[in-house]
Design a protein around this ligand. Structure first.
Ligand SMILES: Cc1cc2nc3c(=O)[nH]c(=O)nc-3n(C[C@H](O)[C@H](O)[C@H](O)COP(=O)(O)O)c2cc1C
Length: 196
């Protein structure tokens, strides 16, 4: 299985990092793209110093990352930029309103927005996990537009009915749903109606 995962500069970088770890743990091949703003937000939220020019995936994950390939967001020659490359899905987690707006407007000016544009035109699975509150009419219009174009809008909106005990448990209530939509088996969450 092969996916594209992009991290952008919304709050909640922990969602993208835990998703990347979950995919790596399951030997899913990931083409990883991180925006310049996401690097800054990761530094602020996670206390992790990373550089786009010498990106250290193992430092981001805190573990080995053999199945992860990093691409610079300015590299439009990377495989996800082309519809001829095969992937099972793409997720942008967290997805800033800036990236969301550019994708909704068809502005494909870096590898993240170009890849999302390609996934939409090829009618492939594209999951956007926005994080913002409150939402303006512009945000809501963009979300509606993207949903109509075939994207799955899966907000970073944790749930509480599984009684999460830690921040990581809470984050995994979202990460588990993204894995479900990518078609990746997991047991991050108890399933409603099944004995835990
Ligand atoms: C600490 C911090 C937190 C931010 N949180 C959000 C957020 O939750 N949602 C959002 O849409 N933008 C947020 N932003 C603003 C984005 O980083 C900004 O719009 C940026 O241009 C997004 O760039 P990108 O989409 O290329 O990553 C935040 C910025 C900073 C510095």
């Amino acid at each position: 299985m092969k996916t594209v995962l992009a991290l952008t500069g919304a709050s909640g970088t922990i969602y993208g990092i835990r998703l990347l770890r979950a995919l790596a743990d399951r030997q899913v091949h990931v083409d990883l793209i991180v925006s310049a703003r996401a690097v800054e937000v990761i530094r602020h939220e996670q206390g992790l110093e990373l550089s786009l020019d010498r990106f250290d995936v193992e430092r981001l994950l805190g573990q080995a990352a053999e199945t992860v390939t990093f691409h610079h967001p300015a590299d439009l020659f990377a495989p996800p930029a082309s519809g001829s490359a095969h992937y099972d899905g793409m997720a942008i987690v967290p997805c800033s309103m800036g990236t969301l707006g550019r994708v909704a407007a068809g502005v494909a000016d870096d590898l993240i927005t170009r890849s999302a544009d390609v996934f939409l035109k090829e009618r492939r699975k594209l999951i956007l996990a926005p994080r913002e509150t409150p939402l303006s009419a512009i945000h809501l219009d963009n979300l509606t537009r993207l949903s109509a174009a075939g994207a799955t809008i899966l907000p970073c909106m944790p749930s509480f009915y599984t009684h999460p005990q830690t921040v990581e448990d809470l984050v995994d209530t979202v990460v588990g749903r993204i894995l479900d939509h990518l078609g990746v088996e997991h047991q991050l969450l108890p399933r409603w109606g099944e004995a835990s």
